[in-house]
Each structure stands twice: as structure tokens, then as C-alpha cells.
Design a binder for this molecule. Structure first.
Ligand code: ZN
Length: 336
């Protein structure tokens, strides 16, 4: 039986509630932002456009946390007193960040850490425990009142069940939720006094915290140049020396998380014309074909650079994006 899709009024109410917890909730660390972003991304990767519940494993939520904090746990600057790393907590550094900082000393990329299965699983379990005890418990707390509209607290299991209609609304409003959470997260970092010595040296905080680094993208480009024999994914023309860009097939503005299968190489001209539009269905098929044929190489060569590479998850994201594009009449790019 398919559950009922929330009415327009119920959807607005949901959005208001998200705004309320972001505005009136108390934030002793940045975990709550990470939790909302994680729930929203997992609803896209694992959910459907229907009004039912969605059961999420804490381990999967933990993985999203690690991806978010891995990037931000890199020392931004070196100081005579040692490394400067953004403080994500009121007071001492947040526990999850400390665990990641420690592992970053032994693993140069998230991909390498993932390959060390026992260490990776241990980290996932530790992070899952913190997520369950901290942000999951307090996210829906406003002025000490429990205000459960996303999930009900259950202490005994390894899963979090989103209430009916929540998955639908998170999928519907994920772009807004991502943007709101990122803005609030950045504000939190700015206002945290511990970060003052770093912020002077960070001209673009947003980019540092959430966007892939230039070095990482250059490494992806090198892989793609070989895979595509230096031809543009869209117009198929030979790319002249260095005149290329790594393009997010599903635009970053729709889904701001890097996954290995989402990258294609485009010449600068196609890349700038496509901009943050969805490409036509024809390109969608071409992209899926590319991923079927070259799945193993992508998994092998791009995961080691630190990106999640899971073809099925990328397809779920694409399915969501194209469905959303049709529903809302987003502009589509046809090439040329
Ligand atoms: Zn082109």
C-alpha cells in the first residue's frame, strides 16, 4: 500500500518546523547541522517519492557525518602553536572531529581509510554512537520541549525511523535544507571565538568547508582524461590542452556531495554552458552507459582519491534529480 503524499499545507508546515529548529534550537556543536544534511541526503539516496516511513541505519548516518567532517578536519593553517583546525564545538573540539583528526594522520584520504575495513568499521560504530546520543537526541528539542516531527526517539536499536511524510518532504526540500544548514553551520564556525585565529586566513569559508578541493578535482580530472580519451563528455570533441573542467553530471547546486560516478570531463565551453542545469535525457543515458561500462575503473581509481563511489546510490540521486526537474519544470541543457 502506498502511503499518502503530504498536502501542500503539510509540506509548508514541515518547512516551518525545519526553520524553527534551526532558529530556536540551541547549538552547542555543529552536529545538528550535519544530522539534518545527512537525513536529507539519505532520503534521496535510499528513499522514494511517497509518504511512507524510511528506516535508516545509524551506520549510514555515521558515514555521512564522516564525509562531512573529514573535509573540515584538515588543518587549515600551521601556526607556531601547531595545527589550526576549525573548532566545531563550544569549548573543546567535538569528539567526532577528534577521532577523524587522529585517523587523518595515518590515512591520506577517506578512500584509503575505507579500504582498511576494521579501522573503518570501528570509526563508523564510534561515530554512530555519538550521533545517537547527541544530535539525534537533541535536534527536536526546543526550549526543553520535545518537538518530534522528524522521528521518534527509540533508545534500543541500531536504526532511526523517519516518521511518515518526512522522507517525502526531505526529498522535496533538500536544496533549501542543505542551503539553510550550510549557512547556519558557517555562521556557527564564524561566531565561535576559538576559530578567530584561523578565520583571518580563510578567505572563502564556504568553499573550504563544503566544496571539493582543487587538488582533489585535479586528481579526478587526470583519471577522466584517460577514461574519456581526452574527449568532452558532451560534444565528444577532442579537448585542447588543459582546457577542461570536471563537471558534476547531477549539478552540485541540486546535490552538494561528491560521488565518483557523478564526475564527467567536459571542455570549458560545454562546462560553462551546462552550468548548474540538468543535461537532457540523451546525456543521462550516455552517463548511465559510461558508468555501466567503466564502473570497476571508476570504483578503483576514484574511490582512492577519497570519494564515495557507489553506482546504485548515484543512480538513485539521478532518478530523484530528474524526477524533481520534470515536476518543477527545471531548465534542461541539450548540448551545443
Ligand atoms: Zn564539449
Amino acid at each position: 500500500m502506498r502511503s499518502v503524499i503530504p498536502t501542500a499545507q503539510e509540506q509548508l508546515k514541515f518547512l516551518k518546523n525545519i526553520q524553527l529548529i534551526l532558529q530556536s534550537g540551541s547549538f552547542s556543536s555543529t552536529y545538528k547541522f550535519a544530522l539534518l544534511i545527512s537525513l536529507s541526503r539519505l532520503s534521496i539516496e535510499k528513499g522514494e517519492d511517497e509518504g511512507g516511513t524510511l528506516i535508516l541505519e545509524y551506520i549510514d548516518i555515521a558515514e555521512k557525518f564522516i564525509e562531512l567532517y573529514w573535509k573540515q578536519a584538515v588543518p587549515y593553517a600551521f601556526h607556531e602553536d601547531g595545527q589550526l583546525i576549525l573548532n566545531q564545538n563550544n569549548g573543546k573540539q567535538a569528539a567526532i572531529v577528534n577521532q577523524i583528526i587522529l585517523l587523518r594522520q595515518s590515512y591520506s584520504s577517506l578512500g584509503l581509510l575505507r579500504r582498511d575495513t576494521s579501522v573503518w568499521l570501528k570509526l563508523l560504530k564510534q561515530v554512530a554512537k555519538t550521533v545517537k546520543e547527541m544530535p539525534v537526541r537533541y535536534l527536536q528539542n526546543i526550549n526543553s520541549q520535545n518537538f518530534e516531527f522528524l522521528y521518534r526517539l527509540e533508545y534500543s536499536n541500531t536504526q532511526l525511523t523517519l516518521l511518515p511524510q518526512v522522507m517525502y518532504c526531505l526529498r522535496q526540500f533538500s536544496e533549501i535544507i542543505e542551503e539553510l544548514c550550510q549557512k547556519r553551520w558557517i555562521d556557527y564556525i564564524r561566531k565561535n571565538n576559538c576559530n578567530a585565529p584561523i578565520l583571518n586566513k580563510l578567505p572563502n569559508l564556504e568553499q573550504f568547508m563544503f566544496e571539493p578541493s582543487r587538488n582533489q578535482l585535479n586528481a579526478v580530472a587526470n583519471v577522466l582524461v584517460e577514461l574519456q580519451e581526452c574527449k568532452c563528455f558532451y560534444c565528444n570533441k577532442e579537448i585542447k590542452r588543459n582546457n577542461y573542467a570536471v563537471d558534476h553530471f547531477i549539478p552540485w547546486s541540486m546535490y552538494p556531495s561528491d560521488t565518483g560516478h557523478n564526475f564527467v570531463l567536459a571542455d570549458s565551453s560545454c562546462n560553462s554552458k551546462k552550468s548548474n542545469l540538468l543535461a537532457s535525457d540523451e546525456f543521462l543515458h550516455k552517463w548511465q552507459e559510461r558508468n555501466e561500462e567503466q564502473d570497476l575503473i571508476i570504483v578503483d581509481k576514484i574511490s582512492v582519491l577519497g570519494f564515495l563511489t557507489d553506482k546504485e546510490r548515484s543512480y538513485k540521486v539521478a532518478e530523484w534529480a530528474y524526477e524533481k526537474g520534470k515536476e518543477n519544470n527545471y531548465l534542461v541543457w541539450y548540448g551545443l
